[in-house]
Design a protein around this ligand. Sequence first.
Ligand SMILES: [Zn+2]
Length: 424
Amino acid sequence: MRVYLNLLSAVIFLSSPGAASAAADAAPDTDVRPVIRKAKEAPMPAAGEVPMLMTRTGEDEKVWISIERPDVAALETDLLSRSPLAQNERISVYELTVPELDELSVRMQDRFRRSPGFFAHDSLASALEDLEEPPAPPARAFVIDQQEKVKPMLDMVKEESIISTIETLAAYKNRNYRSATGISSSKWLAEHWTEMAAGRPDVSVTSFKHASFPQESVILTVRGASEPDKVVVLGGHIDSVAGSGDNPAPGADDNASGIAVVEEAARVLLASGYRPAQTIKFIGFAAEEAGLRGSGEIAAAFKKEGAAVQGMLNLDMTNYNGSAKDIYFISDYTSADQNAFLGKLIDTYTGYTWSTSKCGYGCSDHASWTKNGFAASLPFEAKFNECSPDIHTARDTLAQMGGRAAHALKFAKLAVAYMVETAK
Ligand SMILES: [Zn+2]
């Protein structure tokens, strides 16, 4: 695919000196790949040389986003009325300030009920990579043959544990990626998961620090017993928002319910004494609502390290039973092969019903993994347009969902079956 740079914007020269000198070498309507390469190779400026606009504090902090062009047209917002820095047939790249980014998240939710529906990046070079076609994940076999291990574990999955995690997370005023309570909610998760790992030398918990925002992602790792270099990932986002700023945002469904499912799968796997052949990682992602920033950094780091990620399952909104079937697999920006495997897991291990739905560009953290060439899936609580009407408001509480976690429980059982049937 050919991509085009728009060089009319002077902003690029102010904010990103490394990328600017590279971009200046490119003529309009040219292949952008050498520009991306050169921008990535440009040396980072020394501390004393960093121009004011690159400082990471206050209103002038910059981010770069990629967003689909039809969404830009439909949004009709002043935020994107400027010229894009670059674009291809489908996607445009813009520079925004952080307050503009937060405002864009709100507009995307209001207009399309998508959150976020775009990727945000710390650098222009990173954003420009979104103009390239993602590599296809390596082919692998999908076989279901672990019934003896999986079936007793499924009986251990408990609604009460899921409820407890949802209530604890929803009790924070919000879990915004830049708020005090957003920071402390992620620290609580790290401490709580560390307690879960006690007594297991093959289990560790780390906090993944992000350079541009204070909320940390949290990673619980169970080291593979025989093939530790192969990795299976179960993740969901920690953060929550309601509008922009420090508003009450319990985020019980979006996405305490996803973290609760991730944690319940980890709890059951550890409690059963299960030792995976491959390494398994449970991840709470920071800053999903602000452009998939936590998962974006982590998936890119895994790719850079050459991690052999066998599959990734994203849990984002699991507890609002809004449609006729139990589980809906998001079919765009996910792995069709892995989605089919997940459907077979449901048929094999549960009596649940499932179907498919679509959620668009950059709709949740699985998209970060797909973009980096890994097989990723999102089992979702309803058809996309029939999901909880209360997300991103102060009404997104467990009480609003009947005080139960019976719907989320189905996703926890699927997650357990997925991990054991993949990390073998
Ligand atoms: Zn979410």
